[in-house]
Design a protein around this ligand. Structure first.
Ligand code: SF4
Length: 296
């Protein structure tokens, strides 16, 4: 494991946090990710992460974070996992993400974490405690209901079935957990069957929400990597992608409106939240209940 120097860890978000799970801050304690998702946007040139598949950890990241959280700054929800998965295989031993969650709990902040690893269940004890006093939302990123397909497009992440099992455990422990169903890859994961299966499995495993965008964005080196993998695993689709999208950045799934309607109807059938505003209101409301009760 290589260590890299860092001056700051905590970053105030520069956009309206309500558009992305109500976050106020972002932290990344790792740089790079070795889960190998063929569509990963974080490998784009705009993020300046060289050798993206090699995970590095920020030197004294927890010490810096402790100082930053100890300052007089407004409390809020801290996002983890935006640029690299917080539960990469090294986390099992290093426990850097666990350390960050402990600090988040100590200093009274909330958390919004996304991952493709069932290692998150190791930290249920801390997540429960954060949930009891602040806002806490956990997103398992799942794009394929079928483990064989998931293994092709997310080769080193936990199998989808294990990610669903993690949602079950989190939900059983009272933690507001659900699914990030994005990207939806045209002609690969956009079948009605995959969409319906994911919503059904979400329901069976106690997911509170699913957030989806029906397409994928492709640019510069990320696009090159995606097409390389397309040629390797789905050679029959290479020409179709070129014909349908050329060099376009935003690649929506064909028949998008009908698929979105199907997804929405399936979610409504089970009472699963799927609009961002409802999801944010849902988890912040759940987490504010103890506070309201204390007032009474
Ligand atoms: S887990 Fe997330 S950060 Fe890591 S490769 Fe996959 S999409 Fe990228």
């Amino acid at each position: 494991m290589d260590y890299i120097p860092a001056k700051t860890i905590l970053q105030k978000v520069k956009f309206d946090g309500n558009l992305w799970f109500g976050i106020d801050y972002n932290i990344n304690l790792y740089k790079g990710c070795n889960h190998g998702c063929i569509y990963c946007d974080s490998r784009s040139a705009r993020y300046f992460i060289d050798d993206f598949d090699r995970v590095r950890v920020k030197e004294n990241g927890l010490g810096i974070l402790a100082k930053e959280l100890g300052r007089k700054i407004p409390k809020g929800v801290i996002g983890l996992g935006a640029m690299s998965d917080s539960y990469n295989p090294y986390e099992k031993k290093l426990q850097v993400t666990r350390g960050a969650l402990e600090l988040i709990e100590t200093y009274g902040f909330g958390v919004s974490l996304e991952t493709k690893s069932d290692l998150i269940t190791r930290d249920i004890d801390i997540l429960k405690r954060i949930s009891e006093k602040s806002s806490c939302i956990i997103k398992l990123s799942i794009t394929a209901s079928d483990d064989v397909l998931a293994r092709k497009i997310e080769p080193s992440a936990s199998l989808s079935s294990k990610r669903f099992a993690a949602i079950r455990k989190l939900s059983d422990n009272g933690i507001f957990a659900g699914i990030l169903l994005m990207p939806v890859l045209p002609l690969i994961t956009d079948s009605d069957e995959n969409i319906i299966n994911i919503v059904n499995l979400a329901h069976e495993h106690g997911a509170k929400f699913i957030y989806s965008l029906f397409g994928v964005t492709l640019r510069d080196v990320q696009r090159d990597h995606f097409f390389e993998k397309l040629a390797q695993y789905f050679p029959e689709l290479e020409r179709e992608y070129f014909t349908m999208y050329g060099n376009r950045y935003q690649c929506n799934v064909p028949d998008m409106a009908r698929k979105q309607a199907l997804f929405a109807a399936e979610c409504e059938k089970y009472g699963i939240l799927y609009r961002m505003a409802d999801i944010v209101a849902g988890y912040k409301q759940v987490n504010s209940e103890p506070e309201q009760l204390r007032l009474f």
